[in-house]
Design a protein around this ligand. Structure first.
Ligand code: GLY
Length: 391
């Protein structure tokens, strides 16, 4: 595409959210879509475990987010099947395996009992398990497991396969993946009209979607007050291989809170076991530390002692994009022409299908579906008249 070609939609950020929005927008009939990213298919999802757990990860006061997460979870199967077809047959590793959340001590058990009561008040499908029942489901759990919850509808996907399929589906749908960095937002007459690229080119578009994760609010030229800070929240994660002789090691996702830290083990059908994740707020740092790896292995070993027999393949760290209220930023901003799709925090992979569908609907019709309305970025900038361009 030559310089200055005008796109219908320019997506800044080719992570899981940006790619999915671009692909769904193309399917929705929008033509001429460009995604700008130095390496499309990267971002936090390439590190994530891919647990699709709106019920087991539910926090108090997050009912609107639960509704969004449940809607995304329900459409995941169809989304994955359509993506496989649209990508020329690439599998996403979507697996309807269920999840158990277990407790190791009486405090953890009390916390899970409260979560179970909360699930029941909300009418969610969540069954209480004794320690023995939990071990019957997952015999590799430690004898000390004190009880837990079984949530049959919290599943998993393989985020790396998902990203690969999204890149292929975008390309097959005619989305242009422009491998360059967006170094500035173009704003003219109070409207976002495109982006300046690190190559010196510009890309102009009718609508600009900002999907740059924890870098979104740092885009030069973004007017003040249009987007709140999207802070980076580091997560370190481990990938292990389960030798054939030990399979099946675990049959479903296993979660626990160990000394206040969320821990989860996600077993894949191909023999990979992902163990995550730390939660660290210390800026744009993606180094892997001995302490982080130690804590994950120590806690996972308390939960599933047999992990010492597995092969450690990879350690990595990613940055979750956290908005001020940890809920996503979806839809039009106070700057005409600029649409947000960021701030998904711990839920980017889970919320990919619903985000892509809601944003594609908005881009095609100018109407933001009701499901997305609690998450508009303007909830942080109530006085739209005060927005002004920054240097
Ligand atoms: N959703 C899992 C995590 O953020 O670690």
């Amino acid at each position: 595409m030559p310089e200055e070609t005008h796109a219908d939609v320019l997506v800044i950020g080719g992570g899981v959210i940006g790619l999915a929005v671009a692909w769904r927008a193309a399917r929705r009939g929008l033509g001429n879509i460009v995604v700008v990213d130095p390496s499309p298919g990267g971002g936090a999802a390439g590190v994530a475990a891919g647990m699709l757990a709106p019920v087991t990860e539910l926090q108090y006061g997050e009912e609107p987010l639960l509704r969004l997460g449940m809607a995304s979870n329900q459409r995941y199967g169809d989304f994955a099947a359509e993506l496989t077809e649209a990508s020329g047959g690439l599998d996403t590793g979507y697996r309807r395996c269920g999840t158990i959340a277990v407790a190791l001590d009486s405090d953890d058990r009390e916390e899970l009992r409260e979560l179970h009561a909360f699930h029941q008040r909300l009418g969610l499908d969540s069954a209480w398990l004794t320690g023995r029942e939990a071990r019957r489901l997952e015999p590799m759990l430690a004898p000390g497991v004190r009880g837990g919850l079984h949530v049959a509808d919290d599943h998993q996907v393989d985020p790396r396969r998902l990203l690969t399929a999204l890149v292929a589906a975008c390309e097959l749908a005619g989305v242009v993946l422009h491998r360059a960095e967006a170094v500035g937002l173009l704003v003219e007459d109070g409207r976002a009209v495109g982006a300046r690229l690190g190559t010196g080119e510009t890309r102009r578009a009718d609508q600009v979607v900002l999907a740059a994760g924890p870098h979104s609010h740092r885009l030069p030229g973004l007017p003040e007050g249009v987007l709140p800070a999207v802070r980076p929240v580091k997560g370190q994660i481990l990938r292990l291989r389960i030798p054939e002789a030990y399979r099946p090691f675990l049959s479903r996702n296993v979660r626990a809170v160990v000394r206040g830290q969320h821990l989860y083990l996600v077993p894949r059908e191909n023999g990979e076991l992902v163990i995550g994740a730390t939660t660290e707020e210390q800026g744009y740092d993606t180094t892997v530390t001995a302490g982080g790896v130690y804590e994950l292995l120590r806690d996972a070993h308390e939960l599933v002692p047999g992990i010492t027999e597995l092969l450690l393949l990879e350690t990595s760290a990613g940055l979750r994009p956290g908005s001020p209220d940890n809920a996503p930023l979806l839809g039009p901003t106070a700057l005409p022409g600029l649409v947000a799709a960021t701030g998904h925090y711990r839920n980017g992979v889970l919320l990919t299908p619903v985000t892509a569908d809601l944003l594609a609907e908005y881009l095609a019709t100018g109407e933001l579906p009701e499901l997305a309305q609690p998450f508009t970025p303007t909830r942080f900038s109530p006085d739209r008249s005060t927005t002004k361009a920054s240097a």
